[in-house]
Design a protein around this ligand. Structure first.
Ligand code: PLP
Length: 391
């Protein structure tokens, strides 16, 4: 029985694994076009290749990043795997250059997948005093001539902002491709594709979804040759997102701008409060003039905001005293601000930095807050009350 579409205002969830192809001729036609990447909009084959609900969510992301294509995957990590794998070929294997201050999972991926399993030559580029020296970067790319460069617009957890425009300019002079993870900054603060990036990646689990209820990733770009390779890789490796997650993403992303703006505003208020509090030793936030990359943030974000993540630590004569204050804070806020290893949720959540990164960061009492879009007065009160009980 042929069913007519109903008058739904949005793309429904198409859970079909395989789509009806009617006859031998249509089947042949659909498959021939699929491999040529001249896919027919109304003729779907198999949900691991392409799915209408997924395409609808991808269109939302294309609008946000102002780009020609976006491909959704089941997690941020599978988007990263797809993006970098597009540039891996049997006849050439690197070298690739990764900025060192990137998401821990991405770092582990470079080590255990790219280096150990695929045997790629992967170099790291380190910051000095929480800031990347781009003169040094220029020297490094001249030295090693990397095929691919990987960087995050705002790093985690010290919130280092990188002058992405300059990185791209220098990288393209030596024909290197530039991949930018824009998860923390989001297109509301900067659009690296407009600055010439080859691929932009997001963990859509975070601000795009914004509700902590799904995992998803996306890679976007403008170059159609890269898109074709990425479609092929996603299809054969099976990184495709599920239609149900794509549906929720499609819906939730419609409030992304509202949510993220409010999250940035709330963060500014929390930063102001933390900065002036006697038990807080230091606050890391790119919007503060004393942050090592404040000038990069001014240049890249042009005062659109500074993000919704803030890191801070506590005063104390010894490491133990600082950790005691951290623990007492975490305990006091625990009813309202939970320890959750993610970011971009509706409510403010926190991570004790040392519990995840160990001694990588010398300040033992560090806490990373992902600020939510709850009522700002209530949030300020929650944090102020907890700080009052810190001993
Ligand atoms: N990129 C950044 C900046 C992240 O913070 C994360 C996860 O926290 C990822 C990528 C990986 O995303 P996912 O957890 O959705 O796989």
């Amino acid at each position: 029985m042929k069913r007519k579409p109903v008058n739904s205002s949005r793309m429904p969830v198409y859970r079909d694994a395989g789509f009806e192809l009617f006859d031998a001729e249509t089947t042949k036609y659909a498959f021939s076009k699929e491999t040529e990447n001249e896919r027919i909009p109304e003729l779907y084959i198999y949900s691991r290749y392409r799915n209408p609900t997924v395409v609808a969510a991808e269109e939302e992301i294309m609008k946000l990043e102002s780009c020609n294509w976006a491909l959704l995957t089941q997690s941020g990590m599978s988007a990263i795997d797809t993006a970098v794998s597009v540039f891996q070929h049997a006849e050439s294997s690197g070298p690739w250059l990764f900025f060192s201050e990137i998401y821990g999972g991405t770092l582990s991926y470079t080590e255990s997948v790219l280096r150990t399993r695929r045997g790629l030559q992967v170099h790291s580029f380190y910051p000095v005093n929480d800031k990347y020296d781009l003169h040094e970067f220029e020297r490094v790319i001249r030295d090693i001539n990397p095929e691919l460069i990987y960087v995050e617009a705002i790093s985690n957890p010290m919130l280092i902002v990188t002058d992405i425009g300059k990185v791209i300019e220098l990288a393209h002079k030596s024909d290197s491709k530039v991949l930018v993870d824009n998860t923390f900054a989001t297109p509301l603060l900067c659009k690296p594709l407009e600055l010439g990036a080859d691929i932009v990646i997001h963990s859509a689990t975070k601000y795009f979804s914004g509700h902590g209820n799904l995992t998803a990733g996306v890679l976007c770009g403008n170059d159609s040759a890269i898109m074709k390779d990425a479609i092929e890789y996603r299809k054969y490796v099976g990184h495709m997102i599920s239609p149900d997650d794509a549906y929720r993403l499609q819906t939730q992303i419609q409030t992304f701008e509202l949510r993220f703006r409010k999250q940035c505003q709330n963060t500014l208020r929390i930063v102001e409060m933390l900065k002036n509090h006697p038990v807080i030793r230091k606050v890391w936030y790119p919007g503060l003039p004393e942050h090592p990359t404040h000038s990069e943030a001014l240049k890249l974000f042009e005062q659109r905001g500074y993000g919704a993540m803030v890191t801070f630590d506590f005063t104390g004569k010894s490491d133990n005293e600082k950790k005691k204050k951290r623990d007492s804070f975490v305990q006091s806020v625990s009813e309202k601000i939970k320890v959750i290893p993610s970011l971009g949720d509706p409510k403010t959540i926190l991570m004790p930095v040392e519990s995840v990164w160990g001694a990588k960061y010398p300040e033992p009492g560090l806490i990373r807050l992902s600020v939510g879009f709850e009522d700002s007065k209530e949030l300020e009160k929650t944090i102020a009350d907890a700080l009052m009980h810190v001993e």
